[in-house]
Design a protein around this ligand. Structure first.
Ligand SMILES: Nc1ncnc2c1ncn2[C@@H]1O[C@H](COP(=O)(O)OP(=O)(O)O)[C@@H](O)[C@H]1O
Ligand SMILES: [Mg+2]
Length: 400
């Protein structure tokens, strides 16, 4: 909880914002904040990072370099981050020597799937049935309890579907177990000692039978103001987000429930800044929270062109303790990710894309397959027209 003095702390335009991490999320934060008169400094191991390109300066150093983090802190009025695997030692130093309104507690919670699920349940939201898994016996018991099909996931370090294995029948168990133990060991869970109840390196989750996947980006400011953006309907391909559709094609009442749930979780977790809440809209009509991310989120990129305030501006407002911006949606929109394999085609077509196609490119040097290089926001009178337009470009496999 923040002290009354902290709750009144404002970082005014002209202030310097430090960003841990130099990827596209930091880049879009800095671009939004520059309009508002802030200056930016990023820390990233890679010179000329996507964020560094648009900042006043970059400190080029490893994420776990405590001296570099201290050097960053000395030059900034407030520190934020653009990815969740911020080094624990670094956060501790920064919290002592700098203003980190987001704190480190939420990072600690969301970094571990078991802790995250417990926090979501404590906030009064539903999650898929799950069991922490430490041993092969735990796995057998977990399967008996929650039934198959299920998904075994590493508790830490997973992203874009990495570190998870589907278990459809008992015949899958041997192979999945061997692979999961190997990957969990490599990803490590060294920072989890503080909560021995939640230190399991793996987690088994029941497969939720869902209509679609939704996400809500919610912002909570230092002073405690909370606002949630309209839910996005997310379509994944090869476990990577492919498309976000807004408004989501679910009943309005479900959209409202999803927003209310996200706000409830942000308040319960005492979050500051952005919190992305991924959920499943189950065939049983329930919303099950899948994952949290305490930062801007790929599924919120649609706000850049379609909302009164972008998620990035909202994040800056939240951590600088300005009033939060409005979250009204101006137009139906579809966001499509440009991965490494799509970039050349998008660039080649740049001169003949219709004007309601907004192109965002992140400035990454190398376009590897599966790497997020940019995105399109396609505005149209309806989401089906926007999807139709994307399909017509012939760059992505059609959605419909
Ligand atoms: N319990 C589940 N039931 C159904 N589908 C799931 C479940 N867990 C994960 N998935 C599918 O796998 C995707 C990735 O899982 P997620 O937990 O979000 O990991 P990450 O995004 O870190 O790779 C989800 O977006 C969803 O499509
Ligand atoms: Mg996810």
């Amino acid at each position: 909880m923040k002290t009354p003095e902290e709750r009144g702390r404002v970082v005014r335009p002209g202030g310097v914002i430090g960003i841990l991490g130099g990827g596209q999320l930091g880049r879009m934060m800095a671009l939004a904040g520059r309009h508002m008169g802030y200056r930016f400094l990023t820390l990233d191991p890679q010179p000329d990072s996507p964020c560094g390109q648009v900042c006043d300066d970059q400190i080029t150093a490893a994420y776990h370099d405590v001296d570099a983090a201290e050097a960053l802190a000395r030059r900034c009025d407030v520190i934020t981050y653009e990815f969740e695997n911020v080094d624990v030692a670094v956060t501790q130093v920064l919290e002592r020597t700098a203003w980190v309104p987001q704190g480190s507690r939420l990072l600690w919670t969301t970094r571990h799937r078991v802790r995250e699920k417990r926090a979501v349940e404590a906030a009064g939201a539903k999650v898929a049935a799950y069991r922490p898994v430490r041993t092969r016996d735990d796995l057998e018991r977990a399967i008996a309890d929650i039934h198959l099909p299920a998904i075994l996931k590493t508790s830490t370090g997973g992203y874009d579907g990495k570190g998870q294995w589907r278990v459809d029948t008992v015949a899958d168990v041997d192979a999945v177990w061997a692979e999961a133990v190997r990957v969990a060991k490599a990803s490590g869970s060294a920072d989890s000692v503080a909560d021995p109840d939640a230190d399991a390196p793996l987690i088994l989750e029941r497969v939720v039978d869902f209509v679609c996947e939704l996400s809500v980006i919610v912002a909570r400011s230092v002073r405690g103001e909370v606002r949630a953006f309209p839910p996005a309907e997310n379509i994944h391909r090869h476990h990577i987000l492919h498309m976000s559709v807004v408004p989501a094609r679910v009943p309005a009442a479900v959209q409202q429930r999803a927003q209310a749930l996200a706000m409830q979780i942000a308040e319960s977790l005492d979050a500051v800044g952005l919190l992305a809440v991924e959920m499943f809209y189950g065939r049983d009509g329930e919303l099950y929270v899948n994952e949290l991310a305490p930062r801007p989120h790929n599924s919120g990129h649609y706000t850049l062109d379609a909302c009164e305030t972008s998620q990035f501006e909202q994040h800056i407002r939240a951590i600088c303790n300005l009033p939060l911006g409005g979250v009204r949606l101006w137009s139906p929109v579809v966001m499509v990710n440009i991965l490494g394999e799509h970039l050349d085609a998008v660039v080649a077509r740049a001169a003949d894309l219709p004007p309601m196609v907004k192109v965002h490119i992140y400035g990454k040097a190398e376009a590897r397959p599966g790497r997020k290089m940019g995105h399109l926001n396609v505005l149209a009178p309806s989401v089906s027209e926007a999807i139709h337009l994307v399909d017509g470009l012939g760059i992505w496999e059609p959605v419909e």
